[in-house]
Design a protein around this ligand. Structure first.
Ligand SMILES: [Zn+2]
Length: 145
């Protein structure tokens, strides 16, 4: 008998009906059936390789994913906008001082593992926020979990 062989039809079944549920899980939880082009790809802290976010969390804010800004000291940052960044911690009191996105207050976002400054959390209301992460402080990886 060959009944121990996987059913070919089950291997071809689309996982799309799982997608909305997957969106609610932390980015570090990998679903091997996810067929998104970014499946299994993560954005890690360049310093300690902690999983910070994933390409699937990329969003556009004010018409673009990437933004280049200078802070008041003239330091230039290229940031990418991400809806969720489960690996980040946040510090400081929300402020709108020198904010780069009108209507958004910000806090400093740091690596939850090594505390490297990775960017900022921008908040317009409690329910509307995104992470602006400094792209050259992240590294993309196909890390297996
Ligand atoms: Zn780190």
């Amino acid at each position: 008998m060959t009944s121990d062989r996987p059913d070919a039809n089950s291997l071809l079944r689309s996982p799309n009906n799982k997608r909305s549920e997957n969106r609610l899980k932390p980015a570090v939880r990998k679903d091997p059936k996810e067929q998104d082009a970014d499946a299994g790809s993560y954005l890690l802290c360049r310093h300690c390789l902690q999983v910070i976010s994933s390409p699937a969390e990329r969003i556009e804010v004010q018409g673009s994913h990437k933004h280049t800004f200078a802070n008041p000291q003239g330091i230039i940052y290229e940031i990418g906008c991400f809806k969720n960044a489960a690996g980040c911690g946040y510090t400081g009191v929300p402020t709108d001082e020198y904010t780069w996105f009108r209507g958004f207050r910000w806090r400093v976002a740091i690596c939850g593992h090594c505390l490297t400054h990775l960017g900022w959390l921008f908040m317009s209301t409690a329910s509307s926020s995104f992470n602006g992460l400094i792209l050259n402080r992240l590294v993309e990886s196909k890390k297996e979990i």
